[in-house]
Write a protein that binds this ligand. Sequence first.
Ligand SMILES: *[C@@H]1O[C@H](CO)[C@@H](O)[C@H](O)[C@H]1NC(C)=O
Ligand SMILES: *[C@@H]1O[C@H](CO)[C@@H](O)[C@H](O)[C@H]1NC(C)=O
Ligand SMILES: *[C@@H]1O[C@H](CO)[C@@H](O)[C@H](O)[C@H]1NC(C)=O
Ligand SMILES: *[C@@H]1O[C@H](CO)[C@@H](O)[C@H](O)[C@H]1NC(C)=O
Ligand SMILES: *[C@@H]1O[C@H](CO)[C@@H](O)[C@H](O)[C@H]1NC(C)=O
Ligand SMILES: *[C@@H]1O[C@H](CO)[C@@H](O)[C@H](O)[C@H]1NC(C)=O
Ligand SMILES: *[C@@H]1O[C@H](CO)[C@@H](O)[C@H](O)[C@H]1NC(C)=O
Ligand SMILES: *[C@@H]1O[C@H](CO)[C@@H](O)[C@H](O)[C@H]1NC(C)=O
Length: 547
Amino acid sequence: MKAPHLSLVLSALTAGAFAASAADWQKRSIYQVVVDRFATSDGSSPPCFTGDRRYCGGTWDGLINKLDYIENMGFDAVWISPIVANVAGNTSYGEAYHGYWPSDINNLNPHFGTPDDLKNLVTALHGRGMYLMVDVVVNHMVALPDNTSASTAGVPALDYSTITPFGTSTDYHAPCFIQDYNNQTDVEQCWLGDVNLPLADLNTENQTTVDIMYQWIGDLVKTYDIDGLRIDTAKHIRKDFWPGFASAAGVFTIAEILEGSTDYTAPYTQVLDSILDYPTYFALTDGFKSASGNLSNIANIITQAQKSYKGGAFSTGAFLDNHDQPRFASTTSDQSLVRNAMVLPYIHDGIPIVYYGQEQGFQGASDPDNREALWLSDYVDDPAQRPLLDQLGRLNAARKAAISAPGYSFLESPMKFVSPPGEAPTIAISKPPLLALLTNLGNQSTVVYGLPDAGLGNNTAVIDILNCAQWRTGETGEIHVKREHGMPQVLMPASVLSAMNSTLCRDVVTKLAAGQGTDSGAPRENRQSLVAIMFAFVVTGLSMMLV
Ligand SMILES: *[C@@H]1O[C@H](CO)[C@@H](O)[C@H](O)[C@H]1NC(C)=O
Ligand SMILES: *[C@@H]1O[C@H](CO)[C@@H](O)[C@H](O)[C@H]1NC(C)=O
Ligand SMILES: *[C@@H]1O[C@H](CO)[C@@H](O)[C@H](O)[C@H]1NC(C)=O
Ligand SMILES: *[C@@H]1O[C@H](CO)[C@@H](O)[C@H](O)[C@H]1NC(C)=O
Ligand SMILES: *[C@@H]1O[C@H](CO)[C@@H](O)[C@H](O)[C@H]1NC(C)=O
Ligand SMILES: *[C@@H]1O[C@H](CO)[C@@H](O)[C@H](O)[C@H]1NC(C)=O
Ligand SMILES: *[C@@H]1O[C@H](CO)[C@@H](O)[C@H](O)[C@H]1NC(C)=O
Ligand SMILES: *[C@@H]1O[C@H](CO)[C@@H](O)[C@H](O)[C@H]1NC(C)=O
């Protein structure tokens, strides 16, 4: 065989970006965007009433103009809502502004821009060293009812001719709505949606359909130089469809498996790179909803995920909010609880994913209320005015510093729970060089934590990167810290911040290095007594000690 010409080899190697793998994505933190609701092309702020479920005017071009806003918070990847053309016009549930009702997989949704606009977005992201994750829907296609033919099994007949390329009823599973979520065949072969808007369930048992989908995803990834895929409704397709799909895509895949049990979700980590970690999501939102939430269940579920997911929980998506679930901030008025819950995705083994608008304090509850137009916030990015944006910036910076900190292997070290078993209102999570101390006691509480070993070294100056308070571990690595208003703490050795030239708490770190630091320490009187116990907490007005 003749050796190929060198320049051909080189151009093959340099064509497009490299295919991003799970390992590449683990270092990232992802910002999730509903394109229609993020930014308009001309920067205008049209009204957008979520309850109307109509297109509000966001575009890929608008997103390009707001990448500074995203990057300045420390995110280095963006997940955008689905890009292909969707069912046109008004349905019983409004317009397809969210993108989850595909009707033509070979064309882009013209509401969001042209193919060149999407390519410009990718170029702009890659120019900043950021990744693009595209949301794809493979399970179903959507067409309006044809209004003339009789319905089958309660499913109205559809005008399949409006769908490309799957334009006949034979491309779909026989109509039936999913009845029994405990019957996996039902889940995979019956239809999502309802009598008002059936989601036509592609027959992914048919090899012709499978071949078309594999070809399509490979082409899509290459055409737009996509770095990763979020796969919608993945549990509604047989598991053995997915390895071929992932291989045709050739980039990182993360699947939506909307289910609370790791027994159910774990097998999907064998057929795709990763899953959005819904079991942890349910435990997290339940745990921090109020002081009656169960924090030890978070430890329990995460431990199960670490044991049962392929390669541990390392490439799962860790999130507090998304477009399908009520924003966490809609479930409590206590901002202290919101701040605590927001920390978990960052101390988690997986990849943190933040849903747009969290940083602005959006409080939309269920779909469609949780798809607010971000332009209505004016994109205020002053940390002094937007405490949640400030906190996200700190968490992104701390995780980034932790990932490359010399002497640690943050990404490869499974998170550990150092809080006691049982029903404590506090949880301590160690993933050196980070230690998170969280509570669900809320704003009215003052919490004193004592840990026999913080995992941060002995006799070490540590900083709470959320408020720059300084503390010091003891001679055997123990730590005692106190925090008012039930706020979360994320501790990190000052030496790591210094070695990484981090801008986090720079004044404090610099003073410490110059020997001018003041050790805020724990209340003196607590030091002795706390060594023997794992945790102590004090609730203002109701002094209690937990052993
Ligand atoms: C869309 O359809 C729904 C349900 O039929 C209806 O309530 C709504 O008013 C329609 N919206 C528009 C803008 O036509
Ligand atoms: C069926 O009726 C709805 C509501 O009147 C209409 O919007 C739609 O276009 C009709 N579909 C067809 C295929 O005629
Ligand atoms: C698979 O789908 C193709 C295209 O719609 C169709 O021609 C073929 O008959 C189907 N095969 C089976 C076994 O149903
Ligand atoms: C499971 O669902 C399939 C598809 O709806 C159905 O044919 C089958 O009878 C169901 N099995 C059981 C045990 O109910
Ligand atoms: C809290 O979660 C743990 C671990 O899953 C469980 O053992 C315990 O029963 C739960 N407590 C309550 C009150 O539900
Ligand atoms: C907690 O409450 C105090 C007043 O009681 C308030 O000043 C502070 O902003 C609250 N903290 C949060 C995070 O909301
Ligand atoms: C810290 O102290 C503990 C307990 O004395 C000891 O086992 C450990 O080796 C010490 N770690 C370092 C880094 O010196
Ligand atoms: C931090 O800054 C120093 C001095 O400018 C430099 O030598 C070092 O390489 C920097 N370290 C990192 C991790 O950027």
